[in-house]
Design a protein around this ligand. Structure first.
Ligand code: HEM
Length: 82
């Protein structure tokens, strides 16, 4: 049986270990949903207030697993107030 879960919105299989910042299994963080809600609210404020653009659009960026999947090189983002 596959360990992948399906993202029903887009019909794609997603590796369940893509996000492990909150741990995994029986002892995983019980504050995960609360923390995620707070992060989403903060991101909403950012998106409402700023247009975001890559500072170096042509730069090739890979992925690396460090607790979370993250860019393998610093990603400079320009925040332009709306
Ligand atoms: C960005 C925010 C947070 C991150 C990244 C985070 C991450 C983690 C991680 C990695 C663990 C260990 C899981 C494991 O052993 O597998 C943990 C445990 C725990 N977290 Fe969080 N956490 C966050 C926010 C919160 C919040 C907001 C609360 C409470 C309101 C909370 C309450 C707990 C508790 C009580 C445990 C212990 C669970 C246990 O040992 O059974 N965390 N957290």
């Amino acid at each position: 049986m596959s360990s992948d879960v399906e993202n029903k919105a887009i019909g794609e299989k997603i590796d369940p270990y893509t996000v492990v910042a909150f741990g995994h299994g029986a002892r995983m963080c019980p504050g995960r949903r609360l923390a995620e809600q707070e992060i989403f609210l903060a991101l909403i404020q950012l998106v409402k207030s700023y247009k975001m653009e890559l500072a170096h659009p042509g730069k090739v960026v890979g992925q690396v697993m460090r607790l979370n999947m993250m860019p393998d090189t610093p990603l400079a983002i320009v925040f332009i107030p709306h």
